[in-house]
Design a protein around this ligand. Structure first.
Ligand code: ADP
Ligand code: MG
Length: 690
């Protein structure tokens, strides 16, 4: 078997299972083996109930005691029971599992495993997993992989198929030579793949992960270096001069640019008027005012008779940019003729928009990446701005070049990274930094609390709404019956939470929800209603993480804050504190463990994205290497630019050494590597965003 063998060749995978795998985007044995576990569970020895500590995941070998009590709260079925061993007793609760009343025999012994919580003097567990003693013996003291699943596929099933695939898979010869292996202390690909799925111990797992992360960084950096060579040779095909338009716009703006904004704007003007094509990254913390800088560059483009395009990672953000620009056009009579291009528009609207772009009638195109990139023909494209998250790669450039365009590129990012890493990761770009926030900002006030604080928080929220302000509440999941958070605490979901909240808050407060699985049209409508203040409280997943700017929103409350990376929480916090009003951030942790709370306290200490990311790194224990997403900007599957900074540097040195010696990988000994990299470039969606 090789990487392209269809998974149906594996024993036990028929049509039905094939379809389930297709949902996970797994069609081949290769993609099955690279569906790495989400995390690993260790099943510790059962302990006595008297040894239970709140915040810890424990397993108890205990008997069901006491008659199970049942109740119903609207659609929720609640089953309460007690368990006991020789040392004490503990209350447990199950949601929507009425059948357990029959399966769990009164007096029967089982293993109950879950997170222990405290309520006053009592200890309890919600939704513990139940095992027979024998079953549990088979699991203890191993690292058991947990895979991302879809309904119908079990974790056990997944393990079985992966084991089978591993035993029948023929790995290709290694693409690195022995010097690369030696210098970087890499495991073989076979060892790494086996160990990432079924690690013998924690050290082996780390080694395996290191190898896979190295591969990922290596391909990324190689392709980026090529990108750099390519773009450095590009002469400026759209030379632009500053006109009165931008000067007048700046005069009319109600605020002066910060010094940092002015400096970056100067750098951009010089680039666009200079001898080579601009390829610039503008890095600035959330709220530092990147949009206005982009608008200035786009205005200069329009004033010089060229078209500009502004790409956003989400439709919601694209719509917001369109609104912002349209408002500027109305207020300041700017020379923009903007057009919007997003997926939820009708086919006819899209066609109309494309016609206006082709004819040159529209001189500013705002939309989501795919739409602007793929189908659109431009009249005279002079500048492409990508806002948040996505880089602009050689392939996209080539694509535009085929259409006869060679625009300037401006990339806007809020990912805080230290300069040494930025140079490696963005080596193909010139870097500008907006390192200053507008002066009129009040620092956001933060608190980190546990779930018992909710009633107070709701009261506070109601108070802010009464004052005319608006509120975001973030939940990690979309709908109920999802998985538990790390450590077994229940995870809040947007849909149920909204229902609950509507009953808790006064009836005249408008509550609505937003999540990524909604139809784009519905998402936009909700976002517009929030922006126009028809909605007071917006319960949302992290879809609003990037870019959203509603200055009237003053409270950001994050449920299950323990599930998010600090850098991500910092981005979320950046959604408030954008206007003149005092803003607040409430981080609610369902994990009572001391470390979880301490980690979140870092957000309390600082409002500086870079400081937060680096502190987070220092605190992260080995168990948290997986599962917490630190940066959405780079679509690495495993690699984390902060946590794996040393591997990143090693990969960077290795790429440099190879390129110095053999820039086009023409030497015989690099043949395998060349093939590997061209596959990586062609197959991997990841590299779309280089
Ligand atoms: P981000 O850098 O996160 O993209 P935005 O560009 O959305 O930030 O700006 C956040 C808010 O700050 C906007 O409401 C914007 O109008 C305002 N803003 C931008 N520059 C300044 C400035 N120099 N002084 C005051 N407010 C500003
Ligand atoms: Mg922004």
């Amino acid at each position: 078997m090789d990487k392209d063998t269809p998974i149906t060749e594996l024993k036990g995978i028929g049509e039905k299972t094939r379809q389930l795998f297709a949902k996970l985007n797994i069609q081949t044995v290769g993609s099955l083996l690279s569906a790495y576990p989400r995390d690993y569970e260790t099943f510790g020895e059962p302990v006595k109930i008297s040894q239970a500590a709140p915040g810890e995941v424990c397993a108890f070998h205990a008997a069901v005691s006491g008659i199970p009590g049942e109740k119903r709260v609207r659609r929720l079925h609640i089953l309460n029971m007690n368990i006991a061993d020789s040392s004490g007793r503990l209350a447990i609760t199950f949601y929507n599992m009425p059948f357990l009343k029959k399966t769990l025999k009164q007096g029967g012994f089982y293993i109950f495993r879950g997170m222990v919580q405290s309520r006053g003097n009592h200890l309890l567990m919600e939704q513990p997993k139940i095992f027979s003693l024998e079953e549990y013996r088979g699991l203890t003291n191993r690292l058991v992989p947990r895979y991302g699943l879809t309904k119908g596929l079990t974790n056990q099933g997944m393990q079985k198929y992966v084991r089978q695939a591993l035993s029948r898979y023929e790995f290709e010869p290694e693409c690195y030579d022995s010097a690369v292996f030696g210098e970087n202390h890499l495991m073989s690909e076979r060892e790494a793949t086996e160990a990432i799925h079924f690690p013998a111990d924690y050290d082996t797992l780390l080694q395996a992960r290191r190898r896979l992360v190295f591969d990922e960084f290596f391909s990324f950096l190689y392709l980026m270096r090529k990108n750099k060579e390519f773009s450095e040779q590009l002469p400026n095909a759209c030379r632009m001069l500053e006109t009165a338009d931008t000067v007048r716009f700046l005069e009319k703006l109600p605020f002066p640019l910060t010094k940092a904004q002015a400096k970056v704007w100067q750098e951009i003007r010089e680039d666009m008027g200079g001898p080579s094509c601009m390829n610039r990254l503008v890095q600035g913390d959330v709220g530092s005012g990147k949009t206005i800088v982009a608008v200035l560059a786009l205005l200069m483009t329009a004033a010089n008779g060229y078209q500009g395009a502004m790409m956003a990672p989400t439709e919601v953000l694209a719509m917001q940019h369109f609104e912002t620009v349209s408002e500027y056009v109305r207020s300041y009579a700017l020379a923009f003729r903007p057009v919007l291009l997003v997926g939820s528009m009708t086919a006819r609207e899209k066609k109309e928009a494309r016609e206006r772009i082709l004819s040159g009638e529209a001189n500013l195109v705002i939309g989501t990446h795919a739409l602007i990139q793929e189908k659109v023909q431009y009249h005279s494209l002079g500048l492409v701005v990508t806002d948040e998250q996505h880089r602009f790669g050689v392939r996209q450039r080539e694509h535009l070049a085929q259409k006869g365009a060679q625009p300037h590129i401006l990339v806007m990012s809020a990912t805080p990274i230290p300069r040494t890493l930025a140079i490696i990761l963005y080596g193909d770009l010139h870097i500008s930094v907006i390192d200053e926030l507008p002066a009129n900002r009040l620092p956001v006030k933060n608190c980190v609390v546990n779930t018992a604080y909710r009633p107070k928080a709701y009261q506070f929220i109601a108070g802010e709404v009464e004052k005319g302000r608006q509120v975001y509440i973030i939940c990690p999941q979309v709908e109920g019956a999802g998985e538990d958070a790390e450590g077994g605490a229940p995870m809040e979901n947007v849909v149920d939470y909204t229902e609950r909240l509507k009953n808790i808050l006064p009836a005249d407060i408008q509550v609505a929800y937003l999540h990524g699985k909604m139809r784009p049209g519905d998402k936009n409508r909700v976002m517009e209603e929030f922006a126009s203040h028809s909605i007071d409280v917006l319960v949302s997943t992290t879809v609003i993480e990037v870019g959203i700017n509603v200055p009237n929103a003053t409270v950001m409350m994050v449920e299950n804050a323990e599930c998010f990376g600090l850098a991500q929480l910092h981005q979320l916090r950046g959604r408030v504190g954008r206007g003149e009003h005092q803003s607040y951030c409430i981080f609610i942790s369902a994990n009572e463990k001391k470390e979880a709370m301490e980690r979140l306290q870092i957000l309390n200490k600082s409002n500086d994205g870079f400081f937060i990311a680096s502190e987070d790194l220092k605190l992260r224990g080995p168990g948290e290497l997986f599962g917490i997403r630190q940066s959405g900007e780079f679509s690495f599957r495993m690699g984390d630019i902060y946590g794996d900074a040393d591997v990143l540097k090693q990969a960077s040195r290795t790429v440099d050494a190879i390129l110095r010696e053999d820039p086009d990988l023409e030497k015989e000994e690099h043949a395998l590597l060349r093939r590997h990299l061209s596959n990586a470039a062609a197959n991997s969606v990841d590299f779309r965003s280089i």
